[in-house]
Every structure is written in C-alpha cells, then in structure tokens.
Design a protein around this ligand. Structure first.
Ligand code: NAD
Length: 530
C-alpha cells in the first residue's frame, strides 16, 4: 500500500470493503437472486433514485455487513409523495375487483420468492428460517384475504325518516398511506398495510426501519415487476429508506392522508400527537407487555410448549412475545420446573438463524444485548431470582440465553417495561380474578392468553371485566395471531387495526349521502321562494 497513490489506495480499500460484504459470499446467493447488489438504492418512486448517505445493513448473527444502501433524504421523500399522489389519482378510479387482481399477482410474486425472501428476513432481522419464511407467508395470506375483500367493500343503505328519501353509505379511498415499520417484522407489517391499502384504492409510501432496508428494497423490487406488468405507475408503492428524519417528514406531511406507524410506544406517542395535530388519520401498532395467565384447571401439557414458543420465539423480539407468566399458586412449582427443563433443552439450538436446526436466533443488534443485560441487572437489584439463563453468549453475533426470572412483584418497574429480549417474569396468582388484575396492570394492551378448561373463566376473560387487551386468546399463546381474525391492541399499544375483520375501513373514508327521490323538499316546507 505504501507505494500506491491516494486514488489507487481508495480503490483498493473500496474493493476490499466490497469483497467482505456477505452479498459476495456464495452462501448468500439468494440475495442476488432477489435483485440486490453490493450497493442498493433505497428510494423508489417509479424510478430508483436515492440521494442520501450510503449506509450498511448488518447480519445480527455475526455483525458483518450484508450490502450497502443509499438512503433517502427529505427531498427524496418530497418527490416520492408527488409520485404517490399522481399514482393515486389513476389508481382510485380502477374498480376495486381489478385492484384485487393486482394484489393477487403481488401475492403470487411473493409466493414464487418465498424461500429467498424468507432467508433475507432471517439474515437481516435475525429470526430463524421458519419464522422468516412464515413472515413472508403472512404477506401472501393477506394478499389472498385482500383479493377476496376487493369484491366485498360494502356500503349500506338505511331507511330515511322522510318520505321519498334514502340514506346511502359509500366508502372511498383516503389518498396516500404512509407506512413506518419496525425492524422486527420487516416484511409482514408492510404486507398487512400494502394489501389492504391497495385494494381500498390508496397509494403507499413506505419508510422501513433503518436496520432492515434490504428486505424493504427486495419486496419493493418484486412489487415493481407486478406494477410494470400491469402498466401501473411505480409511484403507487413508493419506498424511502432512511432514519427518523424521513419518518418525521412523512408524519408531518399533510399530503399523507393516513400514517400507519408500527414501532415502540415511545416513538408512537410522538408520532400520534403530531399526526393528530394536523388532523391526519392514524393507525398505531405499538409495544406490548403480554401475559399468559395459567389457572389451576389448565392443561399443563399445553401450557409449557405454548409458553416456550411465545417467550423464546424470535428471541423475545415479537410485539406479542410473552413477557409475564402468571401462574395459579397450586400449579406454580410444577409449571416452573417443567419450563426450566424445556429451556435447558433448547440451549444447544441457539445459533445461526439460517441453519435448519436452530430454534433461537440472535438479538437484532448490540444495543439490544445491552438492554437485555440492564434489565437482568435491574431485576436482580429489585430482588428477582434468575432461574434460568441471564447471560450473554461468548461468540460472534448478538446471542443471549433465554431467561426466566422469579420473585419480583407484578408492579416492579422492570416487569412493567417491555424489554425487547427473551426475558420471562414468572408471577403467582391466587385465582383467575387476580390473574386478570395482574394482566391488566401493564400500560400496554396488545396480547394476552388464559389457559383454563372452565367455560365460565373463558367468558369472564373475554368480557368487560376480563383482559383489557386487543387479543384475548384462550389455550393458545400470546403470539401467532391469524391474519383475518385478529391484530392490534388497546391502551399504550396505540389503537386501530392493521389486520382483522374490519380493518379495511381504516384505509377508507365513509361518505354518507341522503338522496331525495321525491318531488318534495320537506326541510323547506312552509317557506315560499320566489
Ligand atoms: P422504533 O419505535 O424504534 O422504530 C419504528 C420506526 O419508527 C422505524 O422505522 C424508525 O426509523 C421510525 N422512527 C424513529 N423515530 C421516528 C420519529 N421521530 N418520527 C417518525 N418515525 C420515527 O421501533 P423498533 O425498535 O423498530 O421496533 C420495536 C417496537 O415495535 C417494539 O416496541 C414492538 O413491540 C413494536 N412493534 C409493534 C407491533 C404491533 O403490531 N403492535 C408490531 C411490531 C413491532
């Protein structure tokens, strides 16, 4: 290097940096098959046109860079809104069933790329293969759901109290839907929004999490192919990768009619107030501190695997992860012992999320590992006992042991906080009523489950004095919601639903029309007009 000129040195360093990118490793050939390259534009508005700084996306399994991404700027965002708006003007006039046909094609395109895209989700986010593929499958499923929905976006007709009049309700698209998504579901969250927003006649602008841009770029490239094949403008599904500044531009822009935000309660609180401040529409899917309540009549053979799946899956980084296990005192010791045995069984299967034998992958980044350590330390300081785990693994990547903590009060600050890591706080209750009280003591209201074999408990749990969460499962864990049936939460989880039976209405506005088909104008009766 000593004898090289400055320009040559830069070129040599540059080529070394490129060679060390995982995209150039044949093990990850699926990245190029998805149309990704060493450096990728992170802005799509019909054209790929980013003008911001170049960053990198890293694999949580080894902290090595996967590929480079050129981010967008707020100016890029501005151009994307213009294109999204233009695309909307055309798209809103396409009949809904034809819009459904385009969404069906997007679903098919994803189906054809299921394994590759799933592998990218695993590589970039860190979740195991089955979950990476499962996440893309969720997008496919919502496309199917939305395709059917496109033929049933029904309005209603009401009888009027006036003779010769009828009340009609019609649903119209909103315009541009802005989607800001979280790192832990880099594909499915956009999918839920994308499929429903499209069939309801809207265009979209997507601002993905800064640490999972490659998944967003790969998804958008697949959508681009479908739009092109249908002679539709690419601006219909615009993308602007970037940091919080791009997110802020989206949140504050009046041309964005609905802001659909998925992320932490902390950021969601700011976003919510800002969108309200400009009278924009909002959909907030925020944090969760989910509990499973185990009654003494529960089938413990179901409780143990369900808890492990929901507390340890995605290394505790699902919004619906079980973070609190509230066990009836009569079965407390038995459940705890069985859980500890189950956790020990999986220790040898922590590892590379792309290996088929792996059951637990890494945390997403080093910051998450620090938060894991801080919460364990706080739990111990508050008198908690680490029954299992509690350690960071000495190896490349961001691996920790899934952890069980007992001995804390249900209202301990650390128990009431969502730490995005596999820490399970095990608590005791005297009966279902106390279990419900503890469940409801969290500020968030995303997901909850009751394990019982008693029908009276089931209806109490579902009713007004039961769980105050959006998801109130019985005998299945807190995660694993189904597309058409359930999603979304209450309290500090935000509000609104990205998925579920009536969520399409949130992507539309209702127009109510009173039609007078008589020759009378009853409102003006008795008044003479010249
Ligand atoms: P985060 O709040 O840090 O970031 C979410 C998104 O907001 C990112 O795209 C980020 O760049 C953007 N952002 C950051 N600051 C912003 C600002 N000031 N204005 C506008 N946008 C801004 O969340 P995260 O760490 O990516 O995700 C984890 C969180 O998301 C957890 O709390 C989890 O529970 C929650 N989550 C909820 C659901 C749900 O459906 N309820 C689903 C997935 C994740």
């Amino acid at each position: 290097m000593r004898f090289l000129s400055a320009g040559v040195k830069t070129a040599v360093l540059q080529s070394r940096r490129m060679a060390s990118l995982l995209i150039n490793d044949s093990k990850y050939a699926f990245l190029k098959d998805l149309g990704l390259s060493e450096t990728n534009s992170g802005v799509f508005n019909g054209k790929w046109a980013a003008s911001g700084p170049v960053t990198q996306s890293f694999s949580p399994a080894n902290n090595l860079p996967i590929a480079n991404i050129q981010n967008g700027t707020t100016e890029d965002f501005d151009k994307a809104v213009v294109e999204a708006r233009k695309a909307y003007e055309q798209w809103c006039e396409v009949p809904a069933p034809r819009r459904g046909e385009v969404v069906r094609q997007i679903g098919d395109k994803l189906r054809a790329n299921l394994q590759n895209l799933g592998a990218l989700v695993s590589l970039e986010m860190g979740k195991i293969s089955a979950e990476g593929v499962g996440e893309v499958q969720e997008y496919v499923d919502i496309c199917d759901y939305a395709t059917g929905l496109s033929r049933s976006l029904e309005g209603r007709i009401f009888p009027s109290e006036r003779p010769g009049h009828t009340l009609l309700e019609q649903w119209n698209p909103l315009g541009v839907v802005g989607v800001i998504s979280a790192f832990n579901f880099p594909c499915a969250v956009y999918g839920w929004n994308n499929a429903l927003a499209l069939v309801t006649g809207n265009s979209l602008i997507w601002k993905p999490a800064p640490s999972t841009p490659l998944t967003a770029i790969a998804v958008t490239k697949l959508i681009e192919e479908v739009l092109k094949a249908n002679n539709l403008p690419g601006g219909l599904c615009s993308l602007v990768c970037g940091e919080g500044d791009v997110g802020q531009a989206l949140v504050k822009d009046k041309r964005v009619n609905l802001v659909s935000f998925t992320g932490s309660t902390e950021v969601g609180r700011i976003v919510g107030q800002q969108v309200q401040g400009r009278f924009g529409k909002l959909l907030l899917e925020l944090g969760g501190n989910n509990a499973i309540v185990v009654n003494d009549d529960a089938d413990l053979d179901m409780v143990v695997p369900a808890t492990v799946f929901a507390a340890v899956g995605t290394a505790g980084q699902r919004c619906t992860t079980t973070r609190r296990l509230i066990i009836h005192e009569k079965v407390y010791d038995q459940v705890l012992e069985r859980l500890k045995r189950a956790y020990a069984q999986f220790e040898s299967r922590i590892g590379d999320p792309l290996e088929s034998t792996t059951i637990i992958g890494p945390l997403h980044n080093h910051e998450a590992v620090l938060k894991f350590k801080a919460s364990i330390a706080e739990a111990i300081a508050l008198g908690g006992k680490v029954e299992y785990g509690g350690k960071v693994l000495e190896r490349d990547g961001n691996f920790v042991l899934p952890t069980i903590v007992t001995g804390l009060k249900p209202d301990s600050p650390v128990v009431l906080r969502e730490t995005f890591a596999p820490i399970l706080y095990v608590l005791k209750c005297k009966d279902v009523d106390e279990g419900i009280r503890i469940n409801n003591s969290s500020a968030q209201g995303l997901s909850s489950s009751l394990f019982t074999s008693n029908l009276q408990n089931v209806f109490k749990w579902m009713g007004p004095k039961g769980s105050d969460c959006g998801i109130v499962n019985v005998n299945i864990p807190t995660s694993g919601a189904e597309i058409g049936g359930a999603f979304g939460g209450e309290k500090e989880t935000g509000g609104g639903r990205e998925s579920g039976s009536d969520s399409w209405r949130q992507y539309m506005r209702r127009s109510t029309c009173t039609i007078n088909f008589s020759k009378q104008l009853p409102l003006a009766q008795g008044i003479k007009f010249e």
